[in-house]
Design a protein around this ligand. Structure first.
Ligand code: CA
Length: 469
């Protein structure tokens, strides 16, 4: 186990000793603690030919090497020896498809999340109040609100310095705004069940034109393409940022961080404004299954014991053990609910770090406990999460596809150049350096020349396979 470039299995973890007492199976880590690159650590293990009995890896790797024979297909083993996993697959019929490799087999078992909401819209509620405005309910109201922030000096310093919309998303920057104008970024599925690529669609012209208009009027951060990951710290900290779209938990925390610095600072979540097509759409969603998990190597001599051990972690006690640690040590049962001990939530280090050091809350094959996040998520963030989970706004996610080697080859050979062209063109259009109307057809032709249709076909066949599994 080696993930996030630092998470290496430690034999000393109390949770895995506890799991050993309950199952009779004790694990010891084989990944080098000194390695600082998880991808490389995995590749080195595969190249060495000495594959550990249990391997935790990324979905693509587990499936790729599974199909090639490095890992065992788990389907029959689950059927015969793993009642909890079987139950999980029955309860969540879409799950198997998300995990399965291109040959239809399951080679790894992932961490399963609870609840869909992950990202959402935030706005300065104290600024809305200042102008007697409600949360913007439509894209037009959002536009007018942003205008008001900018033109009526929302921060009251006498300068026209407000940045109505900003994002710290380096990768997709203005693409975060697509849902307001009726599209979702990258690859999607149309009403006939065919895959398309958003920037290659005819409708895309109106989407990107609207964004360019907002940008030209100063409603979008002038530096959105270069601002980078500290956007929230800088723009909220300087009392100029008005609104963003980001992860609930980390964004909600700015209310605590800035409360002494900016009087009345209130950064609140609100539902996605109804878009130009008349619907409220949240594009972001937590995937049902983490994109990594553990599997059984072809060299494992204790296959049945291992699948039973995997099954333990999907049982109620396994779920509790990974989410909360050990009763009486990390949490107490109060009225039938697990409650973290104070030293976990308010200890000398961050909660995540304390959990890591004690070996729980890991990305092993198990399920998130429904109460897991509630005790350490900021109250404002939790309000947003509940609001989004309880309204029907979260879009269906484009599924995680498993490509055949041929499909993968097409995508690897062509998509990087397509993606670069897309980024450069969006920047030119949004910043007004190139006329959208005049250059849109040429852009589509360039995409065709670079093989966009072949790439879409590769995605489409992988998607059709996914659907039929
Ligand atoms: Ca101002």
């Amino acid at each position: 186990m080696h993930y996030n470039n630092e998470r290496v299995f430690r034999d000393s973890w109390p949770t895995f000793k506890e799991a050993g007492r309950r199952t009779g199976v004790y694990l010891s880590g084989t990944a080098p603690e000194t390695a600082s690159d998880s991808t490389q650590a995995f590749s080195l293990m595969i190249a060495s030919g000495r594959i550990s009995d249990i391997v935790l890896g990324q979905r693509e790797d587990m499936n790729k090497y599974g199909v090639e024979g490095a890992f065992l297909p788990l389907d029959d083993l689950i059927e015969k020896h793993a009642p909890n996993i079987k139950k999980l697959f029955n309860e969540r019929p879409g799950l198997k498809k998300q995990i399965a490799a291109s040959d239809g087999n399951i080679y790894y078992l992932p961490y399963i999340f609870h609840g869909k909401a992950s990202t959402g819209w935030f706005i300065r509620k104290d600024w809305l109040d200042k102008f007697g405005l409600d949360y913007p309910k439509t894209v037009d109201e959002l536009y007018n609100t942003y205008k008001t922030f900018l033109e009526k000096d929302a921060n009251g310093n006498g300068l026209r310095d407000e940045v109505p919309f900003f994002t710290r998303d380096n990768n997709f920057n203005v693409e975060m705004l697509y849902p307001l104008f009726g599209m979702i970024k990258e690859f999607q599925v149309d009403e006939n069940g065919n895959v398309y690529y958003t920037p290659y669609e005819e409708k895309y012209k109106s989407v990107i034109s609207s964004i360019a208009k907002w940008y030209s009027e100063g409603l979008i951060d002038r530096e959105i393409f270069t601002r980078g990951s500290n956007a929230r710290d800088i723009l909220l900290g300087d009392n100029v940022g008005g609104s963003t779209h980001d992860w609930f938990s980390s964004t909600g925390q700015f209310n605590d961080k800035l409360k002494d610095q900016i009087p009345d600072f209130s950064f609140q979540p609100f539902l996605p404004p109804i878009n130009v097509d008349g619907v409220s759409v949240e594009e972001g969603s937590r995937v049902e299954a983490q994109t990594r998990g553990w599997g059984i190597s072809k060299d494992n001599k204790n296959v049945i014991e291992t699948i039973k051990y995997f099954d333990f972690w999907y049982s109620d006690e396994g779920i509790l053990l990974n989410s909360f640690g050990i009763e009486g040590v990390h949490y107490d049962m109060v009225d039938g609910n697990p409650i973290f001990r104070d030293e976990i939530i308010h200890g000398s280090e961050a909660t995540n770090l304390i959990k890591w050091k004690n070996g729980f809350h890991l990305d092993i094959g198990t399920i998130m406990h429904p109460d897991d996040e509630k005790q350490w998520t900021n109250e404002i963030a939790q309000k947003g999460i509940d609001k989004y989970n309880n309204s029907n706004v979260i879009a269906n996610q484009f599924p995680p596809l498993s490509f055949t080697p041929d499909e993968e080859k097409i995508i690897n050979e062509r998509f990087a150049a397509i993606d670069t062209l897309k980024r450069e063109t969006i920047m030119k259009w949004v910043m007004g350096r190139e006329d959208i109307e005049a250059s849109f057809t040429a852009f589509r032709k360039a995409l065709e020349k670079m093989g966009i249709q072949e790439v879409i076909s590769a995605y489409d066949s992988a998607y059709k396979r996914y659907i039929s599994q």
